[in-house]
Each structure stands twice: as structure tokens, then as C-alpha cells.
Design a binder for this molecule. Structure first.
Ligand code: FAD
Length: 135
């Protein structure tokens, strides 16, 4: 059995973590601050995390590096309509922006089974491509 994954970066200070992670100055602190502001009220209007898991983040922080991982993939992401138009946070289509596949919150977001990804990507990818070409 594989050991549980470990965070690549750990620390109490977000500014120091930003440097270690080589992300733009202030980016991580701003993200955590925005998330925490809503989490203290028990909701996550940005990423729509399910309420039972919404808790403010407090130090020490642990950051997992998921780049290059092949043992898993995202099952959530951009919201689209059935024709691949990407929706903004208010549910309005963003003109000219289309997406399909694992970058979107497609069929797999509701539960995963083999075939969901290829079916999702090809079926909705075709629809998104046709919509973009039609536009
Ligand atoms: C070993 C393995 C087995 C799998 N088996 C199954 C299975 O049996 N059934 C199933 O449903 N799914 C399976 N999957 C998952 C499935 O293959 C993927 O989830 C699916 O291919 C994702 O499709 P996608 O179009 O979202 O992304 P991708 O197929 O990753 O397509 C993204 C494309 O964007 C391109 N790209 C990236 N960056 C840029 C850029 N900056 N500019 C332009 N192009 C860019 C990439 O080159 C790539 O062609 C398997 C995956 C793996 C690795």
C-alpha cells in the first residue's frame, strides 16, 4: 500500500510559502484571505466547495504539488452549458470562450467511472467545437 501523499511545502507564513513555491508575491495570501473571509461564514461562493468541508485555513499550512501527477486528475473545473460555452460566476456565458473535457466540471464532476472522461471530452468537445465554429 502506498504511503499517503505528503505536502511539498509546509509553513506558518504565507509570504515565505509564496517564495518557496515561486508564485507571484501576494497571490497565495490573497487567495487564502478571500477563501477564509467566506469560510468563516460557512460558504465558498468562488469554488463552491461543499459546506461540510468549508473551514477557514489556519497555520501551519501544507501545500501539495499536484503538477505532473498521473495518478489522478481533476473532476471539477470550468462550468459550461451543454454547447461548451464557459459560464462566469453569475452563470452567464463568456462570449467566445469554450471548453470541454477534464478542464471542465463535466459528467465526471458528479461521480467517476471508466469511460466518463473520453465520453465527456469527445461528446461535449464536439458540441463545443461546433458552437465555436458556428459563432
Ligand atoms: C493511462 C491512462 C488511461 C486512461 N484510461 C481512460 C479510460 O479507459 N477511459 C476514460 O474515459 N478515460 C481514461 N483516461 C483519462 C482520459 O484519457 C483523459 O481524462 C482525457 O483524455 C482528457 O481529455 P482532455 O481533452 O480533457 O485533455 P487532454 O487529452 O489532456 O487534451 C489536452 C490537449 O491540450 C493540449 N495543450 C496543453 N496545453 C496547451 C497549450 N498551452 N496550447 C495548446 N494546446 C495545449 C495538449 O497537448 C493536449 O492535446 C486515461 C488516462 C490515462 C493517462
Amino acid at each position: 500500500m502506498l504511503p499517503p501523499p505528503q505536502p511539498r511545502w509546509v509553513g506558518d507564513d504565507l509570504a515565505e510559502l509564496e517564495k518557496a513555491m515561486e508564485v507571484p508575491t501576494g497571490a497565495l495570501a490573497a487567495t487564502v484571505s478571500l477563501y477564509n473571509r467566506h469560510a468563516t461564514e460557512g460558504h465558498d461562493p468562488v469554488h463552491h466547495k461543499a459546506a461540510p468541508w468549508v473551514r477557514p485555513l489556519r497555520p501551519p499550512y501544507g501545500v501539495y504539488d499536484v503538477r505532473g501527477q498521473t495518478s489522478g486528475f481533476t473532476l471539477g473545473g470550468l462550468l459550461t452549458d451543454v454547447d461548451g460555452a464557459v459560464l462566469d460566476i453569475d452563470g452567464e456565458a463568456i462570449p467566445g470562450l469554450y471548453a470541454a473535457g477534464r478542464t471542465t466540471a463535466g459528467v465526471g464532476a458528479g461521480g467517476y467511472a471508466s469511460g466518463v472522461s473520453l465520453g465527456d471530452g469527445s461528446f461535449f468537445g464536439r458540441r463545443a467545437g461546433r458552437s465555436a465554429a458556428h459563432r
